[in-house]
Design a protein around this ligand. Structure first.
Ligand SMILES: C[S@@+](CC[C@H](N)C(=O)[O-])C[C@H]1O[C@@H](n2cnc3c(N)ncnc32)[C@H](O)[C@@H]1O
Length: 256
């Protein structure tokens, strides 16, 4: 048995959430490609039916024969528009499942971390509780940022927190920054990244802190977090920050 056999059930319809990494097709796993190629339909969220979404663009690269169906997803949380869009996506998935199909739903990064897939899976499970639902893990944006910037995220007794900053930088971020043994990863920072950089500076945590925007996508930017304080350039929603733990400077003294 290969790990591929663990994904689809032996028979019957199923829904698989497939993480396809942050955007660079070379970061899509073999398991993900296998699921995309063996699904009867690949559902890809986009902001409009007229445009190829980022996840669909990756599918076109890694599984060009896959049958993609585009659905509109509204990013603004807690809005009527989002709820209506989600209900329409769930209905679309259910129509395929009722047809006996194996459905893959693609999502950036990992499907179990701040992903549209969780809401879709919940909606489907509520209406079709007998249908098998599973996920294929994807490489997350912060892992790619760590690799590309040469950042050791955590080691030894150090801890890691992942904070969504779309509402505010807030007390949780301040508390995490106040603990020098905690690595702080910030998602959804967007226009709050400059404020985050100032908070990191105030906590003495700017050393080694990095920003990655649009990783693997057109317009990519990778820089020290300190740069956003001085350059004033706007930062997009698809941005990730890593503030590594504060570590003692490596000794340059001869150990002998
Ligand atoms: C809705 S969350 C999706 C997270 C994703 N499921 C993951 O596992 O990485 C969106 C956030 O992920 C991060 N992100 C996703 N793709 C990214 C990319 N290509 N470059 C930088 N950050 C990215 C950003 O912080 C963005 O605000």
């Amino acid at each position: 048995m290969t790990s591929f056999d663990l994904v689809w059930p032996e028979q019957g319809p199923a829904l698989i959430g497939v993480g396809i990494g942050p955007g660079d097709p070379s970061l899509v796993t073999l398991r993900a490609v296998w699921v995309l190629e063996s699904a009867q339909v690949v559902i890809a969220p986009a902001t409009s039916l007229a445009s190829v979404g980022r996840a669909e663009a990756v599918v076109r690269e890694v599984a060009p024969e896959a049958t993609c169906e585009r659905v509109v997803f509204v990013m603004e949380v807690d809005t009527d528009a989002r709820n209506a869009a989600l209900a329409a996506v769930v209905s679309c998935v259910i129509a395929h499942l009722d047809n006996g199909e194996r459905v893959a739903f693609v999502t950036l990064g990992d499907p179990n971390v701040y992903s549209t897939f969780s809401s879709v899976a919940e909606g489907v499970a509520a209406q079709r509780p007998a249908v098998a639902v599973a996920t294929v893990p994807g490489i997350m944006a912060f892992q790619e940022l760590a690799a590309r910037s040469g950042t050791v995220v955590v080691d030894g007794d150090e801890r890691l927190v992942l904070i969504p900053a779309h509402r505010e930088i807030g007390a949780i971020t301040a508390a995490a920054l106040a603990d020098p043994q905690t690595a702080v990863v910030v998602y959804k920072g967007g226009r709050r990244v400059a404020e985050l950089a100032v908070a990191a500076a105030a906590a003495g945590r700017l050393d080694g802190a990095v920003l990655g925007e649009l990783l693997g996508l057109s317009g990519e930017r990778l820089c020290p977090l300190a740069d956003v304080i001085t350059d004033g350039r706007p930062v997009t929603y698809l941005s990730t920050v890593i503030v590594p733990p504060r570590r003692p400077a490596a000794s340059t003294a001869d150990p002998l």
